[in-house]
Design a protein around this ligand. Structure first.
Ligand SMILES: Nc1ncnc2c1ncn2[C@@H]1O[C@H](COP(=O)(O)OP(=O)(O)OP(=O)(O)O)[C@@H](O)[C@H]1O
Length: 429
């Protein structure tokens, strides 16, 4: 019988799913189950694979490995109208190729269930109810393409609701809504979830909102599910800071008791305007992200010695970072070294990036040694032994000496910026 599903089966199950696009694997070995009636939020940084996961869940994208099941049926085996009666999707953006009206678009949602012979009374009721619910009933004669982004998103939700699906999946679908309408849409979702046991899977960048409405959060990073649990379990400052690669704090909302995440911008505002200067030792593209992040953090930066043709030299030029340059294909010479040493003497600290070190740029590590001798802090990217291309492994040896003399190792840029903020808590960098 069409639409018949396995009794008690999860509303959605991913079993060892790997999926992606031509020549590009995005999701890797993803495993989870969502029970019927759950309200789950999918969170994760830009590009982590949330939309890809939704596309795979709806059968738009086929898993290259593993299985996706919706109410016990493999999603790829479902006929379009079976799929439409089980799954309602509200995409990030709904495109209407023709000049459809809002009413026609919502009706289309109902039609997806497959009653091409004509809609019946109940169908019209569902369409009308969906439009009233989402507050687009007054817009029903308007052309969809002429609506504001928020009105279009509410129409897309009405279209999905008109299908009367058993699971509804929303991809950042409240991003364009004002606070009133986003609250309304969330209320609608919570109502249908509680009263009609419709399962909801909501992709959201608003972590607080996700934690507020969902019973469970699934956190994705680089196409993998890194945490799947209650809002309390997932909203951990260390976990979120690591996954989102920025400093985040979590506190409790005094009214609801819900965990609330926030960034550290307030700290920046409180700091007096004393700027700290860092000299960056990098090369081979290892400096670009460092420059970008430390620049955003408000540090004054200098760099060198870099080869004139190095991509880091280009980035430094673009960001107006004073930089000592050496001729292409030449080892760092004495004159350049002295210029860089003068920069280090003006700096408050030195950061060594994850730069490959060979005989030509080994001397740059001496800059860090001089900074330590002068009592300045030095931070060194871990794993230099793996990037040591000197014949006698002098770079690894020097990195050991630097650490013994007080240089601190760092692994990720978020960890580094947290260390820098701790080193100069009173400054604005
Ligand atoms: N059609 C496509 N072809 C090739 N690669 C794609 C395609 N769509 C997405 N990607 C890539 O897949 C990765 C995951 O993208 P996806 O849209 O799933 O991330 P996301 O977590 O939803 O991101 P965001 O939060 O920015 O919306 C990204 O690196 C993206 O560039």
């Amino acid at each position: 019988m069409p639409g018949m599903t396995e009794l008690g089966a999860p509303a959605l199950a991913f079993r060892g799913v790997t999926a992606g696009y031509k020549g590009r694997t995005v999701l890797r070995d993803v495993d989870f189950g969502i029970a019927e009636g759950e309200f789950v939020s999918l969170i994760g940084p830009n590009g982590s694979g949330k939309s890809t996961l939704l596309k795979t869940a709806t059968g738009l994208l086929k898993a290259s490995e593993g299985k996706v099941e919706v109410f016990g049926r493999e999603v790829s085996s479902l006929k379009p109208r079976q799929r439409a009666s089980l799954i309602g999707v509200v995409p990030q953006k709904l495109d209407s190729p023709m000049a459809f009206t809002v009413g026609e678009i919502v009706m289309l949602g109902r039609n997806l269930r497959g009653r091409w012979t004509g809609l019946e009374g109940h169908d019209y009721d569902s369409v009308e109810k969906a439009m009233i619910y989402t507050n687009v009933f007054d817009l029903r004669e308007r052309r969809f393409n002429e609506l504001s982004a928020g009105e279009q998103q509410r129409t897309a939700l009405a279209m999905a609701l008109a299908q009367e699906p058993r699971i509804i999946m929303l991809d950042e679908s409240i991003a364009h809504l004002d606070i009133n309408h986003s609250q309304e849409v969330l209320r609608i979702l919570m109502n249908i979830n509680r009263e009609e046991r419709i399962t909801v899977l909501l992709v959201s960048h608003d972590l607080n909102l996700a934690a507020q409405v969902a019973g469970r959060l699934m956190l994705v990073q680089h196409g993998r599910l890194v945490k799947n649990g209650s809002p309390e379990e997932v909203m951990q400052p260390e976990l979120l800071s690591r996954v989102y690669d920025c400093e985040l704090r979590v506190r409790r909302d005094p009214f609801s008791g819900n965990p609330v995440v926030s960034g550290a911008l307030d700290e920046l505002l409180r700091r007096p305007a004393v700027r700290k200067r860092l000299h960056i030792i990098c090369g081979g593209g290892s400096g670009i992200e460092l420059f970008r992040r430390l620049f955003i953090e408000g540090f004054e930066l200098t760099s060198g010695v870099l080869n004139r043709l190095d991509s880091d030299a280009e980035a430094a030029r673009a960001l107006d970072i004073p930089c000592v340059l050496e001729q292409p294909f030449s080892a760092v010479g004495d004159e350049a070294f002295q210029q860089a040493a003068a920069m280090v003497s003006e700096a408050d600290g030195v950061v060594i990036g994850p730069v490959p070190i060979g005989s030509g740029n080994l001397v740059n590590l001496r800059l860090a040694a001089e900074a330590l001798d002068a009592g300045k802090p030095v931070w060194i990217a871990s794993g230099l032994d793996k990037r040591d291309y000197t014949p006698g492994k002098e770079a690894a040896e020097m990195s050991d000496k630097l650490r013994k003399s007080g240089a601190t190792e760092w692994k990720g840029i978020q960890e580094l910026t947290a260390m820098l903020n701790r080193a100069w808590p009173e400054s604005q960098h």
